[in-house]
Design a protein around this ligand. Structure first.
Ligand code: KDG
Length: 311
């Protein structure tokens, strides 16, 4: 069984270095929060598997080639002969602003179904990673995510829920309705400050949301603070980590890198401080190199950013 099993939609991302409306060259990349996490974990030498659906098209072939090249197991992937692989366009609108457009409605990945996840879940894993993107894709994908969380929790596989709110896909109210019950199956919940109310009561402050998640069985709540680092709430207290001081060139994928680093530390049996440090290190690699995941470190490269810790 792999260390990590993650489930979701992998996309082909067509990136433009300038405004899309002005045209110009697009470059083709693998994208998808869950597959980004799988790549990050696999680069550090852990066994990672990604399960989901891609089209029986060239884009699906490309997604599988990229994942295989990164050492991510794809035995649990279904090819859908009737639906295309989802696409997204990512434009650098200005030096500081990137914008995303999805072409994923009706995609192979959005047709994810419980049946797609039975075999991967039966194979087991040390950790199941889910994001709040997948339940936004369709009714069947929402049911499949819920089923996977319940099946994993029932089989003693800890679940990491990475909220990842995508405002282009659904409203905050719809997200809250789906994600709050999902959080009840999780051991680890990862959210940015503005996402906490999607796994708790609207308007509740951080400590209230965290206390309620603990009451429902969550062990660790990681609150991402962007350039200010992250705060980890564990049952025995709160710990803060600063972000590393690096030059940010592309923040897309930073959250996925943070999650991959945290989970890698967990697989290595590191204590909370060590897990947070690795999470911050991977986040720093992601923001200071172009691409969602291309710049993530291999294990021997983890120490490259030593000395970049904030004071
Ligand atoms: O987490 C980075 C993602 O935004 C990107 O890879 C695509 O999964 C994606 C999404 O739904 O936005």
């Amino acid at each position: 069984a792999p260390d990590l099993l993650t489930v979701g939609e992998a996309l082909v991302s067509l990136r433009s270095a300038g405004p899309l409306a002005a045209g110009g060259p697009l470059t083709m990349h693998l994208a998808g929060a869950e597959s980004n996490v799988a790549v990050g974990v696999a680069r550090l030498g852990h066994r990672a598997a990604w399960a989901g659906r891609v089209g029986a098209d060239e884009f699906g072939e490309y997604v599988l080639r990229q994942l295989r090249a990164e050492g991510v197991a794809v035995d649990g992937v279904s090819r859908d002969p009737d639906r295309p692989t989802g696409l997204m366009f990512l434009e650098r609108r200005t030096a500081d602003l990137t914008r995303v457009q999805y072409h994923r409605a009706g995609s192979a990945g959005s047709a994810l179904d419980v049946e797609d996840l039975r075999a991967p879940l039966t194979a087991g894993a040390r950790m199941l990673h889910l994001t709040g993107i997948t339940p936004a894709l369709s009714d069947t994908a929402r049911a499949a995510t819920r089923w996977a969380a319940e099946a994993a929790a029932g089989a003693g596989i800890p679940v990491c829920l990475d909220v990842n709110h995508r405002a282009r896909l659904w409203s905050r109210a719809a997200a809250r309705e789906a994600l709050t019950p999902l959080a009840g199956y999780a051991s680890i919940v990862i959210a940015s400050t503005d996402e906490l109310d999607l796994v708790g009561d609207p308007g509740a402050d951080e400590s209230t949301v965290v206390a309620e998640l603990f009451r429902r069985g969550v062990d660790t709540v990681l609150v991402k603070l962007g350039a200010d680092g992250a705060r980890a709430h564990a049952r025995d207290g709160v710990r803060h980590t600063g972000a590393l001081t690096v030059t940010a060139v592309d923040t897309v994928g930073a959250g996925d890198a943070f999650t991959a680093g945290y989970l890698s530390g967990w697989f290595d049996g590191l204590d909370l401080a060590g897990r947070l440090r690795r999470a911050a290190t991977l986040g720093a690699f992601a923001v200071s190199s172009p691409g969602d995941w291309e710049g993530l470190p291999r294990r021997a490269e983890l120490s490259l950013l030593d000395g970049h810790e904030a004071g």
